[in-house]
Write a protein that binds this ligand. Structure first.
Ligand SMILES: C[S@@+](CC[C@H](N)C(=O)[O-])C[C@H]1O[C@@H](n2cnc3c(N)ncnc32)[C@H](O)[C@@H]1O
Length: 380
C-alpha cells in the first residue's frame, strides 16, 4: 500500500534515507513529506522506529473535485466500513490550499457529513465526531482541485517521544534534534558534546541513536491501535525485534549548560530515556571551556535571538565563535541559529548552511570544520 510520512521542513532527504532501513520502498520526496510503499508491518515499524517522521498517513481516497458537492460524492465512495465502525469516534483535520473553498473548515464539515451519511445508509447508525480524543483521525488534504483523504495512523505527532518530563523555554523539537544528528553523519563512534543542552534533547536523541533504542519505546499510544484492522501480535513482534537490537555503545556523550536547573531537567529526561549512564552532564559556562575535546562532534542550540536582547545575542554568538576557534579545534561543530545574521556573528566560515524549522520557527544550521591554527576568525 501507499503511505505518506510527514516531517519537518529541511528533513525530507534525511527521512527518505531512513525509511528504506525500516522496510519502505519506492520513496518519493515531497514538501515536508515522503511517500513510500509498504505493508501494515512497515507502517507499524515506521511509527515505532523512525527518528525523523512526524506522522504516518495512509491514503484511502484520491480524486479531483470542482465543487463541495464533488467532495461529498467522492467521499461517499470510500469503503469507510473497512477501517472503522459506527461506534468509533472520528475527527477530520483539513489542510486546504484551494480557491474552491474560502474557509478550510467547510470542506472538513462536508467530509464529516459524507462519513456520517455513509454509515447511516448502511446501518441506520452513524459514528460520532470527537475533536479531542477520536479513535479515527482523518486527514483531508486539498491542493487546488486535487483531494487526498488519509487516515492518520500516528495520532499525537512522533516528536512526543514520551521521555520528556521537563522542558525549558525554548526546547528543540525531538525530530529536529535527531534529524540534525543524522545530517551531521554522527553514528555513535565519535565523542559528542552539547555545551548548551537545556533540557537535553540533542544528547538524549544522540543516546537513543547510539544505543539503537527505538524512539517509540516510551510512547503509550498510536492511533493505529484503534483501527478495525489492528494486529497486536504483529505490533508486539515489531517492538520485540526493535528492542532486541539495543546495544551498550562505547560512546562519549557530554551535555553541559550554565543553568543548574537545565542540567537537572536534562538528567531527569535522560533517566526517563534509560540513558543516565551514557549522557554525562555538567553545570558549566561554555565561555570558560577548557581545551581537550577532540575528534568529536559539537552541537549548539544557543538561546534564541527573539527571546534575548539583540546585544546579548551579539555577545553570545561572538563568544561561541571565539571559544570554538580557540578551544575546540580538531572538531566539527553544528550551530542552530534563528537567522543568517545571528550565524554571521559567530565569525567563522560555515562550510554548509541549511534552512530548517524548529516546529513553526524558521532557523538555520551552520556546519563548521574547526582546524588547528585556523588563525583569525573569518567573517561571512
Ligand atoms: C535554546 S536553549 C537550548 C535548548 C535545548 N536544545 C533543549 O532542547 O532544551 C539554550 C541553552 O543555552 C544555555 N546557555 C546560555 N548561555 C550559556 C553559556 N554561556 N554556557 C552554557 N550554556 C549556556 C541556556 O541556559 C539554555 O539552557
Amino acid at each position: 500500500m501507499k503511505l505518506t510520512a510527514k516531517t519537518l521542513y529541511g528533513l525530507e532527504s534525511v527521512l527518505a534515507a531512513e525509511l528504506p532501513e525500516l522496510g519502505a520502498a519506492e520513496t518519493e520526496i515531497l514538501n515536508r513529506a515522503v511517500t513510500f510503499t509498504g505493508s501494515l508491518e512497515t507502517m507499524y515499524r515506521v511509527n515505532y522506529c523512525s527518528r525523523t517522521a512526524l506522522s504516518v498517513l495512509m491514503p484511502v481516497g484520491e480524486f479531483m473535485i470542482s465543487s463541495a458537492g464533488d467532495l461529498y460524492r467522492e467521499a461517499l465512495k470510500i469503503g469507510w466500513h473497512e477501517f472503522m465502525n459506527e461506534d468509533d469516534t472520528f475527527s477530520v483535520v483539513p489542510v486546504v490550499k484551494s480557491k474552491l473553498f474560502r474557509h478550510s473548515g467547510y470542506p472538513g464539515l462536508v467530509l464529516k457529513d459524507a462519513i456520517a451519511d455513509y454509515f447511516r445508509h448502511r446501518s441506520g447508525r452513524r459514528p460520532s465526531v470527537d475533536p479531542l480524543d477520536p479513535v479515527m483521525i482523518i486527514n483531508l488534504h486539498i491542493s487546488s482541485s486535487r483531494v487526498t483523504v488519509s487516515l492518520d495512523s500516528t495520532g499525537e505527532p512522533l516528536f512526543k517521544r514520551g521521555y520528556r518530563a521537563f522542558q525549558g523555554p525554548a526546547p528543540l523539537n525531538e525530530i529536529l534534534a535527531a534529524g540534525i544528528i543524522r545530517l551531521s553523519g554522527w553514528n555513535g563512534s565519535a565523542p559528542l558534546l552539547d555545551p548548551m543542552c537545556g533540557s537535553g534533547t540533542i544528547p538524549i536523541e544522540a543516546g537513543l541513536i547510539a544505543c539503537k533504542i527505538p524512539p517509540g519505546k516510551f510512547r503509550k499510544k498510536y492511533a493505529f491501535a484503534g483501527w478495525k484492522n489492528y494486529d497486536p501480535e504483529l505490533f508486539d513482534r515489531i517492538k520485540r525485534e526493535a528492542e532486541g537490537k539495543i546495544v551498550k555503545p562505547d560512546t562519549v556523550i557530554m551535555a553541559g549548560d550554565v543553568s543548574a536547573k537545565a542540567i537537572a531537567w536534562c538528567r531527569i529526561n535522560a533517566g526517563n530515556a534509560g540513558l543516565s549512564g551514557l549522557v554525562k552532564t555538567e553545570v558549566a559556562d561554555f565561555t570558560n571551556s577548557a581545551s581537550g575535546f577532540s575528534n568529536g562532534f559539537i552541537f549548539i542550540n544557543p538561546p534564541y535571538g527573539k527571546r534575548i536582547a539583540a546585544r546579548d545575542s551579539e555577545n553570545i554568538y561572538g563568544m561561541i565563535g571565539t571559544v570554538l576557534k580557540n578551544k575546540y579545534y580538531g572538531n566539527r561543530a553544528w550551530v542552530l541559529a534563528p537567522d543568517r545574521a545571528s550565524l554571521g556573528k559567530i565569525g567563522l566560515r560555515a562550510e554548509k548552511k541549511l534552512k530548517l524549522f524548529n516546529g513553526a520557527i524558521e532557523c538555520i544550521l551552520g556546519a563548521y570544520d574547526l582546524y588547528e591554527g585556523s588563525g583569525k576568525k573569518r567573517d561571512r
